[in-house]
Design a binder for this molecule. Structure first.
Ligand code: 1QQ
Length: 401
């Protein structure tokens, strides 16, 4: 590259990194140009619109708190990070689009996202082919880290999280025998989660009295709820997403179901409160995060979240914070060996991917690390129970001891 071209490419980098998404009119540099960064662009590809935004908006919140937190502490050895947000919407096509934009246009060093496993199975291969590291903040289905070398996750697999909720239900009511399971058959995570729940039920010697299927786009669950209730369960387990899951809970209760309900990870948000209101009360949900976890970084994260949102931070915010943290701390490590703004982007992405898999991170989720395949290694899990106010206008997650 001649001097004029190189200067142009550096300017383009500065513009790209400084202005986030607004890079119209500039010619993107090639991936082999030096990554002369005034800010290090990290992509956030989560659902900001559609029903999936009920989950994704908590991820945006966690990412923004992380950006502020780490930049206040010097970013990558003096160079701040700049989060570049691309909305995936709720489907696969939107996610592939968001990934492509982040990779080729915004030239991010890595991507945190997407919200759903269903979206990850479609879009992560795009990042894999482009050799751009992806950190799943909330992809819990079986098979995510196996998508490729550049795919890892901070979200513990549902196989280690979900059984805790069944254990908690049995602790609350040891008489539980008959279990009805409901799952969204058009969602990869829900299918993966229900397999784990169904296995757990059998391993515990409980009776699986019915399995009912629905779609995440459904709003009317009369048929499934009636079938479920007719099987006389004393425990109902739901694997779906927030809007459908919340509606199913509401309709089960309206039709008279009085027993315990376990909600899966897709219901793990206070955004279901407006859907099932007082009828959300008592739902049990397993957690990969507790706001009460004692550590310096969780105390800082928790108070930043509470200052802004006047409630306890939810799991998805904590997981997304942790994903940004992993990128930041891995970039700091890479930078100690070779200054990151002297590295061509393709090399930086490759080094970042290698580095992040080898580190240990003291996150709000506790200390985490990764297997060589990119599976998160995490120690502590929890179960919370929803407690709604009498008028159903608000509620909270109460962590069980
Ligand atoms: C997945 C999930 C989602 C329900 C979390 C937002 O766990 O899709 O894997």
């Amino acid at each position: 590259m001649n001097t004029a071209a190189r200067t142009f490419s550096l300017l383009t980098w500065l513009l790209l990194a400084g202005c986030g998404q607004s890079n119209s009119g500039t010619t993107p540099t090639s991936n082999s140009s030096p990554a002369a960064l005034s800010k290090v662009p990290v992509g956030i590809a989560v659902a900001q619109t559609s029903n999936v935004a009920l989950l994704g908006q908590e991820e945006v919140a966690g990412a923004k708190i992380a950006e502020r937190y780490f930049n206040q502490r010097g970013g990558i050895n003096g160079t701040p990070i700049k989060l570049v947000f691309q909305d995936t919407g709720g489907d696969e096509a939107g996610t592939i689009n968001a990934f492509q934009t982040l990779i080729t246009k915004n030239k991010v060093v890595g991507i945190v996202g997407p919200t759903l496993s269903q979206q990850a199975f479609a879009a992560d291969p795009v990042a894999e082919r482009a050799k751009v590291p992806v950190l799943g903040p909330s992809n819990t289905a079986k098979g995510i880290p196996q998508i490729g070398e550049y795919v890892a996750r901070v979200s513990a697999p549902i196989s280690v999280v979900a059984p805790n909720a069944v254990e908690a239900a049995l602790k609350i009511n040891s008489k539980i025998k008959r279990v009805a399971v409901f799952y969204a058959q058009n969602d990869a995570f829900s299918k993966s989660e229900t397999e784990i729940f169904q296995q757990t039920v059998k391993q515990r010697g409980l009776e699986l009295v019915t399995v009912q299927k629905f779609q995440t786009t459904d709003t009317d669950f009369q048929t499934q709820a009636t079938n479920g209730i007719n099987a006389k369960p004393d425990l109902v387990i739901i694997s779906g997403l927030a809007a459908d899951g919340g509606n199913l809970v509401r309709q089960l209760r309206e039709l008279g179901y009085k027993g315990q309900i376990i909600g899966g990870n897709g219901l793990n948000t206070s955004n279901i409160f407006p859907v099932c209101k007082t009828l959300c009360d008592r739902i049990l949900i397993a957690q990969a995060y507790s706001p009460e976890y004692k550590s310096k970084i969780n105390t800082a994260f928790r108070s930043a979240y509470r200052d802004q949102y006047k409630k306890e931070p939810p799991q998805f915010s904590a997981q997304t914070f942790a994903a940004v943290q992993v990128f930041v701390e891995a970039l700091q490590q890479v930078n100690q060996k070779t200054k990151i703004n002297e590295l061509p982007l393709a090399e930086l992405r490759a080094k970042l991917n290698q580095q992040l898999l080898t580190g240990k991170y003291n996150t709000p989720l506790g200390e985490i690390s990764f297997t060589p395949e990119g599976e998160v290694v995490q120690k502590a899990f929890y179960v919370a129970q929803i407690k709604m106010d009498a008028d159903g206008s608000n509620g909270k997650f109460v962590f069980l001891k």
